[in-house]
Design a protein around this ligand. Structure first.
Ligand code: NAD
Length: 489
């Protein structure tokens, strides 16, 4: 079986590390290919190539740099079906979900095509007589992105198009669980004929990440993944004097008010909780029902969840694929048990699900735990699977307090017909992405992806102007030009 290669300095090269890992199709449990476990030397090679390419790239006008992005958008759009299929095979999500992910990636390229405008500086004339002051943005050097398994296509595009459009060179480190999608994207991007070293890809896991965090040629790092690793990346990267933006895990609540439209609410919550098998950092994982809302929606929610068709993501009728690994399935199932042991009602049990012809796949069916104790492990932990916990409270204030007492702050949503409740919720809730009658409050590419609390370490988020600010440094220039000097010559 072949081992995936790294893409460094415009060449496909073998990793200099000796260890390899299997890339598994989670629907079948079978190996698809092998990926290097990575080595620090691979990062040294990529950083050197990117560093050497930087000077010429930063001196290429922004208007020319974005021409590559226009072409990149067209390449991705042309190959959407093929890339989406690879994504589904290694990641497990449905083919429709993979295609939707592709749209989000392309959206970021489109926004980054506006770099000539986004990069514009500021100018103040006559700060003193004959003296002007202005601020320009300049690229930092080599940037790197370290991405998680759950969005193999989209997440590098929250950062990479902006970074290179701003004049940085770049290294993408895909998740070792799903490396094939980005490997294929890089094969396709070869036809852009970017100058060698501008865009590089290095496979690997922990050792590769640690080498990025310590390398002196890499001043800016974007990370997306679980909170413990995000914290490690942030602390180690900043201790080495780097800029780091590290997006972490989540425990997202949706609050249902008694006046919410029942059928719409139930459908949206089920899609949010069970789409991508619950492996979305914006997935609803807790429903907080307020007052009479519990009676109105709970039974309907169980019916909607039970009717969801689980199976291989390539089957057109399937609405939910497997979870990523056997370890993930075991962890999710043990958290369901711990919820039950701590007193929750098992309203729907997705454990022990067998899918015909896919007996070795890592499937967990939709699961709903009722009356979950907010102090319990099942409530406090990011389960990252198709498990929805339900908690009942009496008032909107109680619901907001419960959300605000959680250590995560990625997203929170409210279902209501009341504008006043919606306003109070958006004003008081301590989370960075808020939805009102929305189940997955995923910011479009022209807004920052705003996690809070332990869902984010750093200052500037991914996407749009935040990515531009992150991947540039400001330079302020003060100039004096006296008119009489001109008259002398
Ligand atoms: P993960 O933290 O296990 O891995 C993320 C990346 O870090 C991978 O590239 C991996 O190779 C690397 N890594 C893993 N362990 C490491 C270690 N000990 N030291 C250094 N590097 C290490 O995350 P995952 O399981 O791939 O992804 C799921 C997690 O990502 C969930 O917690 C989810 O909430 C989170 N996520 C967050 C967002 C967001 O925007 N906040 C988006 C998507 C996913």
């Amino acid at each position: 079986m072949t081992v995936l290669k790294n893409y460094i300095n415009g060449q496909w090269v073998d990793s200099k590390g000796s260890e390899v890992l299997d890339v598994i199709n989670p629907a079948t449990g079978k190996s698809l290919t092998k990926v290097p476990a990575g080595s620090a030397i691979d990062i040294q090679d990529a950083a050197k190539a990117a560093h050497e390419a930087w000077s010429a790239w930063r001196n290429t006008p922004a208007t020319q740099r974005v021409q590559y992005l226009y072409a990149m958008k067209q390449i991705l759009e042309k190959h959407t079906d093929e890339i989406a299929e690879i994504c589904t095979r290694e990641c497990g999500k449905t083919y429709a979900e993979s295609k939707a992910e592709m749209v989000r990636a392309v959206e970021n390229i489109e926004v980054a095509c506006g770099i000539p405008t986004l990069l514009q500086g500021e100018f103040s004339e006559d700060i003193a007589r004959g003296v002007d002051e202005f601020m320009i943005r300049q690229p930092l050097g080599v940037g790197a992105c370290i991405s998680p398994f759950n969005f193999p296509i989209m997440i590098p595009f929250w950062f990479m198009p902006y970074a290179i459009a701003c004049g940085n060179t770049y290294i993408v480190k895909p998740s070792e669980k799903v490396p094939m999608t980005m490997a294929r994207i890089f094969e396709l991007l070869e036809s852009l004929h970017l100058p060698k070293g501008v865009l590089n890809m290095v496979h690997g896991g922990r050792e590769t990440v640690d080498a990025i965090l310590e390398h002196p040629f890499i001043p800016a790092i974007s990370f997306v993944g679980s909170t413990p690793v995000a914290r490690h990346v942030y602390q180690t990267g900043t201790a080495h004097g780097k800029r780091v933006q590290a997006q972490g895990g989540a425990k997202n609540a949706v609050v249902v008010m008694p006046d919410a439209d029942e059928d719409t609410t139930v459908k949206i919550i089920a899609d949010s909780a069970f789409g991508c098998a619950g492996q979305r950092c914006l997935a609803a994982s807790v429903v907080i029902t307020v007052g009479e809302a519990s009676k109105k929606i709970l039974e309907k929610l169980v019916v909607a969840a039970r009717s969801r068709k689980t199976g291989d993501g390539m089957s057109p009728e399937v609405e939910m694929g497997p979870v990523i690994t056997k370890e993930s399935k075991d962890r999710i199932e043990s958290l369901i048990q711990s919820g039950v042991d701590d007193g929750a009602d098992l309203l729907l049990d997705g454990r022990n699900l067998k899918i015909a012809d896919f007996e070795n796949g890592y499937f967990v069916g939709p699961t709903i735990l009722g009356n979950v104790n907010p102090e319990s492990k099942a409530y406090q932990t990011e389960i990252f699977g198709p498990v929805l916990s339900v908690v009942h409270v009496e008032t909107l204030d109680d619901a907001i307090n419960l959300i605000n007492s959680n250590k995560y702050g990625n997203s929170a949503c409210l279902f209501t017909r009341s504008g006043a409740a919606a306003r109070k919720f958006r004003h008081e809730t301590m989370a960075g992405n808020i939805g009102v009658n929305i189940g997955v409050a995923a910011p479009m590419a022209f807004f920052p992806f705003s996690g809070w609390k332990e869902s984010f370490f750093g200052d500037l988020h991914g996407q749009t102007s935040h990515a531009v600010e992150f991947y540039t440094q400001t330079k302020v220039v003060i100039e004096r030009w006296n008119e009489e000097w001109t008259r002398k010559f």
